[in-house]
Design a protein around this ligand. Sequence first.
Ligand code: TRP
Length: 451
Amino acid sequence: MEDDRSTFGGRVGFVLAAAGSAVGLGNLWRFPYLAAQYGGGAFLLVYIALAITFGFVLMVTEIAIGRKTRLSPMEAFGALHKKWGWVGKLATIVPVLIFPYYCLIGGWVTKYTAVMAFGEAAQACSDTFFTDYISSAGEPLIWFLVFIGITALVIIFGVNRGIEKLSRFLMPALVVLTVVLAGYVVTRPGAAEGIRYYLLPNLKDLNVKTFLAALGQLFYSMSLAMGIMITYGSYFSKEEHIEKATRQIEIFDTMIAFLAGLMIIPAVFVFSNGDKGALGNGPSLMFETLPKVFNSMAGGSIIGTLFFFLVLFAALTSSVSIMEAIVSGLIDSFHVSRRKATILVLVYGIALGVVCSLGFGPLSSVRIFGFDILDFLDFVSNSVLLPIVGMLTCIVVGFVIRPQAIIDEVEINDRFKVKKFYTIMVKWIAPIFILVILITSVLQGLGWIVI
Ligand code: TRP
């Protein structure tokens, strides 16, 4: 096939770009609170097992589909087989659902960067600071508008390249700072119990919910089953090895999530005066725990400011690529101008984001299947749509185009070492497993079975 798409500068460039987009709030904010909620070690174990198997298989598949077709996800599936084009369309719905609330959380991070910069870490340690903040009707909206506005500006002025260059310095800085903070937390008195909770799996925590949460988180964190890796793959050079690139992206992404957990989970044990209930706090965990860590450190406000600033940057690189995915999807399917598409997505994002934000305050009585609005969007996209698209992708590869088509694409330049494993996984184990997990959790959600 003619290579008329511009390609990344080799594998390192590709891995950095893909990992840079994959690393974001998923690793730093979402992974730690899910791990805390779902039993610590049990969640970590399931997550890593799924990353090595499902994550690997799906990422190889998506990068290969992208490189093979050289098309965006909207069209790539249709190019593989006429009847299956809708899978690509379904995949692009996920970024549409994620975008508004991703920017809302980006706004929370912006607020906390300001809180740290103004030396208010001590106030932020109070148990009600965060809930008071998100449940107010005015301020969170302003920070949300700031964050989503910057995201849109980056896209309108096409400064993505500049942001990518910056991220080559800022992402390593984020990794270093996370290691330092994790090191600080795990050496505090009382941390041992937290480390044990995070690293040692307790078999009683292994249940279907843990699997579904870990699977959704895996897809979310590695930007799988939503067309993103297909897009990246469509720019990947034919000279490079997909299998190696996949391993590197996965290791990088998992390492950052792991470190974020190591920083936040033991901190709950050290700084919450023995209140383990905080482990179940969900989305607020990072915002309630980290100020206490910074408040206890010498130079904590400077370190805290720097840390939240780097998280903000990681969130921004991700929100830019989520928005870009939607914008280019609109351009591809409706042939509107880039400017119009961007404004459209911005208006939509603001409308839904505002509703999500008010869901913690004036609209807090609105419950959808027991979820608040943000949690509901998060659940539908990550625990329902992502597994479904992941399963469909496996079915298309396993039974429509056949695994050999992907293996051939991977083997253009080198041997695909685990192709037998790949074939069995993609055809049988992955789709059946996902189906079983999905059905059991739906039945469980409806209260028809108890596990
Ligand atoms: N993977 C990103 C994270 O961990 C989040 C994300 C979801 C994303 N969908 C995306 C990033 C699409 C880029 C593009 O935070």
